[in-house]
Design a protein around this ligand. Structure first.
Ligand code: PLP
Length: 401
């Protein structure tokens, strides 16, 4: 995110201050040029056998999808609604389709919207897809989604390596491979494994990918199969606790290149990243309306909060932020402030859960200053409960050159 955009935005917002009571600042800013550059950089550093898809649930706004259209290899959709969002901007870009549920209508929709690969998550889903494809006189190209028996531990969320609703337990895969051979309208193209989210460690991520290679190679050998695709999911993390120590992508790509040249896999490797692509392209900015203290602790109350930006509450972390001082003060009375002390940043909702950072030290924070939450481009607006309490939505601006 380019901070100059923030200054420009605040400058333009200040132009509207002629009325006695101004609308406080509250906005998401997304930097599309930054997003495109980031996607290009990530893609360039991957070995040639790899592809980068964008998992659109992280941020499915049309300008974001359009920005990434020719800067990724395709999109991962997790519902028919997401498929339609992608097809609204392009009728041929490759889409892969995941998600544990997939109703018949969604499976049929996936076929009619020419999804490249459907990630099958259970035996019943497989049989339903075969049956629907048979009625349409089509063959469905699929990957089977595996829930591997072992995954590394360094992640915020885990969808695999333990009992979850996602994918097919590793031990059940062989019988599914046998079943697939009897299904007339299914074409197995490979495996999909998305087992963790927000992994911050490049070496564990590499170990994870190597483990997936081993699984794929073992099953190919045992069942005389030839996979064309190994989708290794998303899950590359963003370091909200210390934005200056990001996931070491360069090191990861070096290791991956060594892994690919050692294994010479016959399949292509797909990454379907959401967070790692989009987090850094957006920020959420909000104005401090009030500062107060209670029982020895300081609180800043912001216009906005978790109904716009639920991520910190959902993950129970202190979201990284910057203070943008605003020197004008137009009230004829003193300005509430906190100096050199820990402060808790709260939103405008009537619930103690509406807290975006707890007891974080600030040099100075005053009513009227603005707070900018960084790394808010992924899983920010899109996972939030916008209409709880009926406050106005934030402005949402997509900036481009
Ligand atoms: C959410 C999701 C992703 C993207 O995960 P990130 O952690 O945002 O990279 C990729 N694949 C599947 C199947 C998902 O559910």
């Amino acid at each position: 995110m380019n901070l100059q955009h923030l200054q420009d935005y605040l400058h333009s917002h200040a132009q509207g201050h002629s009325q006695p009571y101004h609308q406080p600042v509250c906005a998401y800013l997304y930097d599309l040029e930054h997003l495109r550059r980031r996607a290009d950089m990530l893609r360039r550093s991957l070995p040639s056998q790899c592809m980068l898809f964008y998992a659109i649930k992280a941020n499915s706004d049309e300008p974001i999808l359009k920005a990434l259209l020719n800067h990724t290899d395709g999109f991962e959709a997790a519902s028919l609604g997401e498929i339609l969002r992608v097809r609204a901007i392009d009728d041929s870009v490759p889409i892969v389709f995941g998600g544990p549920c997939k109703s018949d209508i969604e499976l049929e929709g996936a076929l009619s919207h020419r999804i490249a690969l459907i990630h099958v998550e259970s035996e019943h889903q497989l049989r339903r897809l075969n049956w629907i494809a048979w009625q349409r006189n089509e063959v469905a190209d699929i990957l089977i989604r595996v829930n591997p028996a072992h995954v590394p531990q360094h992640a915020t969320l885990r969808m695999g390596g333990q009992a979850t609703q996602f994918g097919i337990e590793e031990a059940q895969v062989p019988s599914l491979l046998e079943l697939i051979q009897t299904l007339s309208n299914i074409n197995l193209r490979g495996l999909h494994i998305h087992a963790i989210s927000n992994n911050l460690d490049a070496n564990t991520h590499l170990a994870l990918v190597k483990h997936y290679f081993d699984l794929a190679e073992d099953w190919q050998q045992r069942y005389g199969l030839k996979f064309e695709w190994l989708n290794v999911g998303g899950g590359i993390g963003v370091n909200y606790a210390d934005p200056n120590a990001p996931f070491d992508w360069e090191n990861f790509c070096d290791g991956l290149a060594r892994l690919v040249s050692a294994h010479q896999p016959g399949f292509k490797i797909v990454f379907e990243c959401g967070r790692f692509l989009a987090a850094d392209c957006g920020c959420y900015i909000s104005e401090v309306i009030d500062i107060k203290s209670a029982y020895g602790k300081h609180f800043a109350i912001l216009r906005g909060g978790s109904h716009h930006f639920r991520l910190p509450v959902s993950w129970q972390h202190n979201h990284p932020f910057l203070v943008l001082p605003q020197d004008d003060w137009h009230y004829p009375f003193s300005r509430p402030a906190v100096h050199n002390a820990p402060v808790t940043l709260c939103g405008e909702l009537c619930t103690p859960k509406d807290t975006l950072a707890r007891e974080v030290h600030v040099e100075r924070l005053r009513a009227g200053d603005r707070v900018v939450f960084l790394l808010a481009g992924a899983y920010g607006w899109h996972i939030s409960h916008h209409d709880f309490l009926s406050h106005p939505h934030p402005e949402r601006l997509f900036l481009d050159n």
